[in-house]
Each structure stands twice: as structure tokens, then as C-alpha cells.
Design a protein around this ligand. Sequence first.
Ligand code: NAP
Length: 456
Amino acid sequence: MENLPNYLYIAASIFFIYGLKMLSKAETARKGNMVSAIGMLIAVVATLILAELDFKWILVGAVIGSAIGASAARLVKMTSMPEMVGLFNGFGGLASLLVGWAEYHQIAGGAESDLFKLIAIGATVLIGGITFSGSMIAYAKLAEKMDGKPILFKGQQILNVLLLLVMVSATIGFCMAPASAYPIFFGMVVVSMILGVLVTIPIGGADMPVVIALLNSYSGLAACAAGFVIMNNVLIVAGALVGASGLILTSIMCRAMNRSLANVMFAGVGATASGGGKTFTGEAKTVSTEDVYLMLEAASSVVFVPGYGMAVAQAQHAVKELGDLLEENGCEVNYCVHPVAGRMPGHMNVLLAEADVAYEQLVEPQDVNPTIPNVDVAVVIGANDVVNPSAREEGTALYGMPIIDVDKAKVCIVLKRSLKPGFAGVDNPLFFAQNTRMFLGDAKASITAVVGEFKS
Ligand code: NAP
């Protein structure tokens, strides 16, 4: 009986690992989420048993957290989910930092400690503080409360290294005389938060997918460190799993952008006023609903390429309806999702799954690109950076990122409201290409109008 919480923690960890594994495939992702949630329930029950049913404070926290979560779920729009995820990462880091603080408060009050615990507290403060303030910057950039351009200044990296050294020396001082180290502890909190801001501001808007994945990983590492502070096995395991899966996601995002992590973190790509690249002028050929209907009606293969604009317009259901009508018309329909499309990893996949698009119809850019010259119509729905051919040219914020080659399809129809550039601020020559037709307007209204033409 004494070991029951630990057995339950092992069971919870197994659920987490299986859940994570299932999350790696679209077909099993929903079940994976459920399996992980069951794991968390088991972990919570085990922790309550460990707390010897004295869970007054746990209850207070749970009530406040549930109230905030429930109102966020009602008040936050689907399009604001990415910045919400950014905030959640930050609060995860802050929660770990507070766990470290609470533990240190007891030590400062005379409670026993050992070197291992003190180092774990130092790590919790460092990683938790960086995660919190870095996530706040990521939130501000994603919510467009702050300019997405990288903020660079002379000696930035030297300052970062110096602050890191200050942090390490402070942790050593703190470990040597913990009982009287409250001023040092506060200094560590402040320096870690400054570091979080300084490492995030040089990263440009187009590189935010990497930052979000990395901050997610940091929030896991902070939780893992907090687990060592309070010696809670399941917190150590869950934190390590989040840390590791966040790192894997970071590497996937870097690969999707064909960039190294060091290049994303330190190069300040996109620091120029416009995101770099040429300015394109000329006449974009606009089309009407009827023109689009006629092109699609005659097509035998269509690839839909969704982007952030589909999320803004909430056009996924209309897109699926159009896809179904095209299939009924004998057309082969696929959906090609770029890994960094939208504003959070998996953003487009979530929307398409919500609209019940079959998993078999989701195709990877590397599979579509070689055959795209045979595609009759590529329909770009509110995507911009991920189909911008400027990514093939040096000197732009997008340079090197593999794109979906919609410009090589027989015809490309682009749905957006204007000719403005995308998130990275790089002008898009696709709009002026010979085989491109601009279908201007809100994506949902435009697609719904085409669906109406098909039905009539
Ligand atoms: P994007 O480059 O941000 O472009 C989205 C386009 O959607 C805009 O050009 C906008 O043009 C259009 N749009 C907005 N509302 C619309 C509406 N109601 N109807 C129709 N169109 C609408 O999108 P993307 O191609 O998906 O590229 C994603 C970008 O975000 C990349 O630069 C990526 O690095 C970055 N990012 C991604 C993540 C991630 O994790 N996936 C995170 C952060 C940042 P108009 O204003 O002319 O309509």
C-alpha cells in the first residue's frame, strides 16, 4: 500500500508514452490524447494519495485553474489558439519556477536541504524564468501585439553569455549559503527572465514555429527540474517526455525550414524592413466565382493548400464540402499541408481533421512537389509564405525554406483578400505568375460561393 502512488506513477508514465506514440500519427492522434489524459488522471489520483488526503491547497489550485481554463475555452477564438499555446508554455515555466521558490522559501526558513536539491532549484529558476518571459514575447509576436521583426543590437550575444555566467555564479553562491541567499535568489529570477526576453527577441516572425516548439520543450525541462526539487517521480518523467518531444518537434520544424537551430536562434533572419526580397508589381489576374467554378469543374486533379488565412476565415468545412463535390465530379482531390503553415505546429491538420477530411487525402509537400506539373489546379486557401517562390532566392527571410511548388501546377488559384505579403513580410511573385489566378475575398465566403455554383 505504501508503494501504491509509485506503482500508479509507473502506470501513468506508460499511458503518457503510449499516448505520445499515438499522437505521432493523424489516425491515432485523438485516441492518443485520450490515453494521455487518462495517464494524467492516474497521476493526479496518485498525488492525492501521496498528499495523504490533505488536499485543501490542491483543491484551491484546481478550482482557480479550472475556472480560468473554462472561461479561456469559451472566450478565446480558434484563431487565437496559437498565442494561447504560447501563453500555456509560459505559465508551465512560471509554475515550475514557483515550485522552486516555494521549496527555497522553506530552506531559507531553516528547512534541511542538500546540494542536489539546491542545484535543481537553480535549474528550475533558470529554465522556468527563460520559458516564462520568452513565451510572453512569443505570445506578443503571435498576437501581433509586437512587431514580428527580429530585434538585434550590438553585443547581444556577448550580453547573453555574460548573463548566463552571472546566473551560474549566482547559483554557486546560492548553493554555498542557501539560508541567507534570498537576495541572490531574487537576482536569479530577474536575470533568467531578462535572458528569456533577450534570446527570443532576435528571432524573426517566420522562425516562430521553431521558437514555439523550443519553448514547449523548455517548459517540459523546467517541470522535470521541478520534479527533482520536490522528488516527484511522475513530474520528472512527464517533464522529460515533454522536453524530449519538444526537442523532436523543434528539429522537425528546423528541417521543414531547411535551417539549423543555431541559424534560427542567432542569425536574426528577416531583420530588414520588409523581410527582404524584391518588390513585385504587375498585373495580377483576378477571377470571379464563375471562372473558378468552370476551372474546377473541368479539372481531373486538384490539390488544396491551406494556410493561416483558412484558420482566420474558418473555411475548413467549406473547403471539405467543395472537395467532396469535386470528388463526386470524378476529380482526384488531395490536401497538402506544409509543416509550418498556420501559426502553430499541426495547425492545419487540426482544422482539416475537425472538418473530417480523410487522413489518406493528406499529402506531404515532398510527395506532391515532384508530381505537381501534372496537377490541373492547385487551390491555395489563405496560404502565402509556404507557397512563396521567393524562398528559392537568396536574401529573403524565407530563403532556403522548401515550399509547396504550386507555381508549377497547370493552374494555381490563390484565395486571399489582398496582394499583401504573408507573415514573413516577403513579397510573393506567385500572385503575378502567368498561370496564377487571384480569387480575392474572404476564403470562406469565396469557397461557399463556388460550392453554391456547383450545387446549382
Ligand atoms: P501566412 O504567410 O501568414 O499568410 C496567410 C495569408 O492569409 C495572408 O497573406 C492573408 O492575406 C491571408 N488571409 C488572412 N485572412 C484571410 C481570410 N479571412 N480569407 C482569406 N485569406 C486570408 O500563412 P502561411 O502560408 O500559412 O505561412 C505561415 C507563416 O507563419 C510562416 O511564415 C511561418 O513560419 C509562420 N509561423 C508558423 C508557425 C507554426 O508553428 N506553424 C508559428 C508561428 C509563425 P490577406 O491579408 O491578403 O487576406
